[in-house]
Design a protein around this ligand. Structure first.
Ligand code: NDP
Length: 381
């Protein structure tokens, strides 16, 4: 087990102490680097507004702020004032906004960062408004509905001189990160192929928050936008390069009334210039499942499930022998992500999963849709 701070250091999300850049600091004269009053000390805590108090924000992210050492919630933004007040009471937050007066967060000096947890069709609007208000933004995945929206968000972050992160939480999940670390360390030889699946059964009748997921305007896309994006992003993380082409087909029951506006499933393949290949599926029609496997020339690593909130077992197989290494608990991923974003803001350096990554993934999913609409024809990227 590694604790969160050591995980962030290992993941490259914290500045390395004692590095070459620090060699000429007072540390070299035998003084401790941390806490040295002669060195500039950035503020150690960021203050956050949470926008959209839905299932994920209230179920996973807000509780995680309690264990994020450098971040705290200072404002809530919601269309439901009573819910906001109740959550405010539980979290010790007394500043509330709605979507109409959201821009007035500009005047609130107790907000440094904004976390956008709205349906994807609203990501671009609220991200850009937050950036214009002078705040850093961590936006949920998928980054936005369209490539043009993602580009506008990146342009707004540049214009504001603020951070824009996309909340790819699995980058901060210890076993997902450890799989990539092992791959990069050569433990399974050279990467040849990646395979990943992610899906769940979309049931808007039983679970109302699923309703927007079937509506193009709010969801931006279907299963691939919402959940398949995890397998895609994980494949690209492992490959370490962008694909040169994509093919995809739609795969869901014909005439399923749930999918009048968005797709219910996609099977996809990516090709990379190095010769690596990747394939996967997303679905709103199979029961909740997630799986991610890296096939190397000398072994393979399986994460199954690969994107749970609570448990992500790893199986490493080499020479016909399997082991189950564990780098840490999946439940720490939310606080890890919050801390890493705050570290990036405090240190004024790009967050590990920034806007360009979100844009890349939306571009590739759009290419998948283009391929699927043309009977699986290859689309060059
Ligand atoms: P929910 O529907 O549960 O929450 C969305 C919230 O957005 C609502 O509760 C509401 O909050 C607000 N909202 C504002 N306008 C609308 C609208 N027109 N329709 C619906 N909601 C609206 O969704 P989730 O929490 O599941 O998803 C929110 C975001 O988080 C999405 O971008 C999703 O992709 C992402 N997500 C990420 C996950 C991850 O693992 N990283 C997992 C699940 C979701 P209020 O009442 O306060 O105004």
């Amino acid at each position: 087990m590694i604790d969160r701070r050591r995980f962030l250091l290992a993941a490259g999300s914290l500045p390395l102490l004692g590095s070459a850049a620090n060699a000429a600091t007072p540390q070299a004269a035998g003084q401790p680097l941390l806490g040295n009053p002669k060195l500039p000390q950035p503020d150690k805590t960021t203050r956050w507004a949470i926008v959209g108090l839905g299932t994920f924000a209230t179920g996973q992210m807000m509780p995680a702020f309690r264990s994020a050492s450098n971040s705290r919630v200072t404002a809530l933004v919601s269309g439901n004032p009573q819910k906001a007040r109740d959550l405010g009471a539980a979290y010790g937050v007394s500043k509330f906004y709605d979507y109409g007066n959201f821009d007035t967060i500009a005047a609130n000096k107790d907000i440094d960062c904004v976390y956008i947890a709205l349906p994807p069709g609203l990501h671009a609007e609220y991200t850009i408004r937050a950036l214009k208000a002078g705040k850093h933004v961590l936006c949920e995945k998928p980054m936005a509905s369209t490539v043009a929206e993602c580009e506008a968000m990146i342009a707004a972050a540049k214009a504001a001189g603020k951070q824009l992160g996309v909340a790819y939480r699995c980058h901060f999940e210890p076993n997902n990160a450890d799989a990539v670390r092992r791959l990069q360390a050569g433990e399974i030889g050279k990467l040849r192929h990646v395979s990943g699946d992610a899906g769940f059964d979309l049931t808007p009748q039983q679970w109302p928050p699923h309703k927007w997921r079937a509506e193009q305007a709010l969801a931006g896309g279907g299963s691939m936008y919402d959940i398949g994006i995890y397998a895609l992003n994980a494949a690209l993380w492992a490959a370490g390069e962008d694909p040169v082409s994509v093919t995809a087909v739609y795969s869901y029951p014909k005439d399923d009334p749930r999918f009048a506006e968005v797709e219910g499933g996609v099977e996809w393949r990516l090709r990379f210039a190095s010769g690596i290949s990747a394939q996967g599926s997303s679905s709103y029609c199979y029961t909740y499942s997630s799986r991610h496997q890296l096939f190397g020339s000398e072994g393979n690593i399986l994460l199954s499930p690969s994107m749970d909130y609570g448990n992500i077992p790893m199986t490493l197989t080499k020479n016909f022998v399997s082991s189950s290494p564990r780098a840490g608990s999946a439940s720490s991923q939310f606080a890890n992500q919050i801390e890493a974003f705050s570290e990036a803001v405090l240190a004024n350096r790009p967050h590990a999963t920034g806007g360009e990554m979100g844009l890349r993934d939306v571009k590739i999913i759009q290419a998948m849709y283009q391929s699927a609409a043309n009977n699986g024809a290859e689309v060059k990227l």
